[in-house]
Design a protein around this ligand. Sequence first.
Ligand SMILES: [Zn+2]
Length: 63
Amino acid sequence: MKETTIRWPTSKFIKVRCLKCRNEQVIFDKAATEIKCLNCGEVIARPTGGKIELVNAEIIKTF
Ligand SMILES: [Zn+2]
């Protein structure tokens, strides 16, 4: 499946890149706790009660 448009609302997992160290990792979009970069420890996503909110990270790919 190839997508040019990121349709985050329908995804469960997203691949993100830490803007600080460029590390890439896959995260769950409804995490209940803060998600930290596995490489540098920077918080890259925060829970909002629904979907997470990305901070210091950008979406590379959705699943
Ligand atoms: Zn990082």
